[in-house]
Design a protein around this ligand. Structure first.
Ligand code: SAM
Length: 280
């Protein structure tokens, strides 16, 4: 029986049965694998690390997108950095936005995900509100004069092409690209296994934004417990949006979520001390 073994952590790793190999190759930026697993359905791995799976992507993508969108309450312009599988833009486009700009460095990830994992992106890549930019997210935020209400960093791990998306120059440019009241959310791995990733992000973001914290979601294909998203805004009230307001805004969108609710949103910001200590 073929198995896929994650390669990033020598002490503890995810091991999945490969019931059907779909694709394995290299792009100009990274190694890409797509395969089927009986529990997770089709799985996307980049450089030996699972990025998303058909079965549990809803947890990750709903929790990346809906907390900042519904806490903001009137986001019209959204920027997604990375996110080649299309799951983040699919969730963002469920909101009444004017435009979602997605900046992905690797066009082959988009092509492979559209071909082999179409349930994750749905019709998002055909949505006329999508502005797809193929390029480096760091260069985009350094150069653009546009402003965004919500910026979502749907990056790979802080190795390979995604490493620069965890650095202070990128965060500084993201802050400049946020409209007043804007919110930045970045994926920050699993704190139990990679606490340094979340700690470094909070330290760097804390020097730039008035309000920085983490919030959590348990994504079954990311081993080691809940994963963390970093939250950064100059609006200190955004993350304290009352649950009734979140519920009213969610109902107004008509979104039928499978993980996100207003109550789950509020609970996600409750941090156990071992994770709260990473916020600083
Ligand atoms: N949900 C995933 C996770 O956290 O495991 C992330 C998924 S998404 C596939 C990550 C994307 O970020 C990849 O498609 C990769 O090509 C893209 N990426 C990495 N570095 C980037 C950069 N500097 N600029 C833009 N996109 C980048």
């Amino acid at each position: 029986m073929i198995r896929f073994e994650e390669t990033d952590n020598p002490d503890a790793n995810l091991s999945l049965t490969v019931s059907r190999p779909i694709y394995a190759g290299r792009t100009a930026f990274q190694a890409v694998e797509v395969f089927e697993n009986p529990t997770f359905g089709r799985v996307l791995a980049l450089d030996g690390i699972v990025q998303t799976t058909e079965a549990d992507e809803f947890v990750y993508h709903e929790m990346l997108v809906h907390p900042p969108m519904l806490a903001h309450g009137a986001a019209k312009r959204v920027l997604v950095i990375g996110g080649g599988d299309g799951g983040a833009i699919e969730e963002a486009l469920k909101h009444p936005v004017e435009a979602v700009t997605m900046v992905e460095i690797d066009p082959q990830v988009i092509e492979l995900c559209r071909a082999h994992l179409p349930s994750i992106c749905g019709d998002a890549f055909d949505d006329r509100r999508l502005d797809l930019v193929i390029g480096d997210g760091v260069a985009f935020v350094a150069d653009t004069g546009r402003r965004f209400d919500v910026i979502l960093v749907d990056s790979t791990e802080p190795v390979g092409p995604g490493a620069v998306l965890f650095e202070t120059p990128f965060y500084t440019d993201c802050r400049r690209c946020l409209a007043p009241g804007g919110i930045l959310v970045t994926q920050n791995a699993v704190p139990f296994l990679q606490g340094d990733v979340a700690r470094d992000a909070c330290r760097r973001l804390g020097r730039l934004f008035a309000d920085v914290t983490l919030y959590l979601a348990p994504v079954p294909s990311f081993i080691g417990g809940a994963m963390a998203f970093a939250w950064a805004s100059d609006d200190r009230d955004a993350r304290r949006t009352p649950v009734e307001t979140l519920a009213r805004r969610l109902a107004a969108t008509g979104i039928e979520s499978r993980y996100y609710t207003a109550e789950v949103h509020q609970a996600a910001f409750a941090l156990p001390p071992y994770i709260a200590g990473l916020v600083g």
